[in-house]
Design a protein around this ligand. Structure first.
Ligand code: UD1
Length: 287
C-alpha cells in the first residue's frame, strides 16, 4: 500500500493518535528481485513519510512489522535478537534498512519509542473463518499453496528440497498462528506505554519450535482430511535450511508467548479455506 502524505495528514487532522502500528509493506521475495525499485519506493519511502508525519504531529510511538528475513541464512538456531543482520534479497533489504532508519530516528530524538517485531512464518487464519490470507497469483509461501491444493485449485505441492540436514530432509521454519502474532502487537503496544525505557527495541515473534515442510503438510492433512499430493523438487534458490526463533526476550520483556501449535494453525487455516475456497474472490477472479 502506498501512503500519500496528504492522506495521512487528513487522518491526523481529525484525530489524535497515541501510537501507530505499521504493517503496510510489500512482501513477495521473488517480486522484489524483479522490481526492486517498487519495493524501495513502497516500503522505504512509505515508512519515511509515515515517520515524518508522525513526528510532525507529536506521535512518537511506533510498532513496526519487521521479519526474520533480517537474519539471512543464520549460522545457528535459535535466532536471538543479537544475531548479526544481513539481507539476501531486496525485500529483506527494505526490512533491514527500515530497522536502521528507526534506530537513527530514535538516536536523533529520544522522545521516540519504537518496537521492531521480527515475524517468523505467520500462518493460520482467524478462528471465525471470516479472515484469512488470499495471495494474488501463485502463492510463494508454503501454507497458502497447501491450502489451494486442499481445495482443488492446484494439483500438487512442490516440495523445494528434501536433501537438507534436517529430520526428514525438508526445510525447517518457525510457524506462528496469526492470532498469536496479533497478540504480540498488543503486548508491544502495552510495552510502549508501561513507562519502560524502550528506545528502539526489537523482539522476535515466533514459537521457538522448528517444523519441517513434511510435518506441516501432515498436520494440514490431518486437520482437513484431504490428501496433499507432493512433487519432490530441488532446493529453492535463496532458501535457508533451518530457521527458528529464540523467544526468551519477548517472553521476559513483553510478557508474551505463543499459545498455539501447528494443529491449531492448520485447523483454523482449513476452516478459512473450506468456507472460502476462492478466498475473497470468485472462481472467475482467481488465478
Ligand atoms: C519467505 C521469505 C521471507 C519472508 C516470508 C514471508 C524466502 C527465501 N523467504 O520465508 O523472506 O519474510 O516468506 O512470509 O522466500 N516451500 C515448499 N514449497 C512451496 C513453498 C515453500 O517446499 O511451494 C518450503 C520452503 O522451501 C521452506 C518452507 O516451505 O522450506 C517455508 O517457505 P515459505 O512459506 O516461502 O517461507 P520462508 O521461505 O521461510
Amino acid at each position: 500500500m502506498t501512503m500519500k502524505k496528504k492522506d495521512t495528514l487528513l487522518i491526523l487532522w481529525v484525530c489524535r493518535f497515541d501510537a501507530v502500528i505499521h504493517f503496510a509493506g510489500l512482501k513477495a521475495v521473488g517480486e522484489s528481485v524483479q522490481k526492486p525499485l517498487l519495493y524501495y519506493n513502497n516500503n522505504l519511502i512509505g515508512t519515511i513519510t509515515l515517520l515524518e508525519v508522525m513526528g510532525a504531529h507529536g506521535c512518537k510511538n511506533l510498532v513496526f512489522s519487521s521479519s526474520a528475513t533480517v537474519y539471512g541464512w543464520p549460522k545457528e538456531v535459535p535466532c536471538t535478537e543479537e544475531f548479526p543482520l544481513c539481507a539476501v534479497n531486496p525485500y529483506g533489504r527494505t526490512k533491514l534498512f527500515i530497522e536502521e532508519i528507526c534506530r537513527d530516528v530514535y538516536r536523533s530524538n529520544s522522545d521516540w519509542k519504537i518496537i521492531l517485531l521480527r515475524y517468523f512464518n505467520p500462518v493460520g487464519a482467524h478462528p471465525s473463518g471470516h479472515i484469512g490470507e488470499d495471495p494474488r497469483g501463485i502463492p510463494n509461501n508454503l501454507m497458502p499453496f497447501v491450502q489451494q491444493v486442499a481445495v482443488g485449485r492446484r494439483p500438487a505441492l512442490t516440495v523445494f528440497g528434501n536433501d537438507y540436514s534436517t529430520k526428514d530432509g525438508t526445510g525447517v521454519r518457525d510457524y506462528i498462528h496469526i492470532v498469536d502474532l496479533s497478540d504480540g502487537h498488543v503486548a508491544a503496544l502495552q510495552k510502549l506505554f508501561d513507562g519502560s525505557n524502550i528506545g528502539c527495541g526489537v523482539y522476535n515473534l515466533g514459537t521457538g519450535k522448528g517444523t519441517s515442510v513434511l510435518e506441516m503438510v501432515a498436520a494440514f492433512e490431518k486437520a482437513s482430511g484431504k490428501k496433499i499430493p507432493l512433487v519432490m523438487a530441488g532446493r529453492r534458490p535463496g532458501d535457508a535450511e533451518i530457521v527458528y526463533a529464540s523467544t526468551d526476550k519477548a517472553e521476559k520483556e513483553l510478557n508474551w508467548r505463543a499459545k498455539y501449535g501447528i494443529e491449531e494453525m492448520c485447523r483454523d487455516q482449513w476452516n478459512w479455506a473450506n468456507k472460502n475456497p476462492w478466498g475473497y474472490g470468485t472462481p472467475d477472479s482467481a488465478n
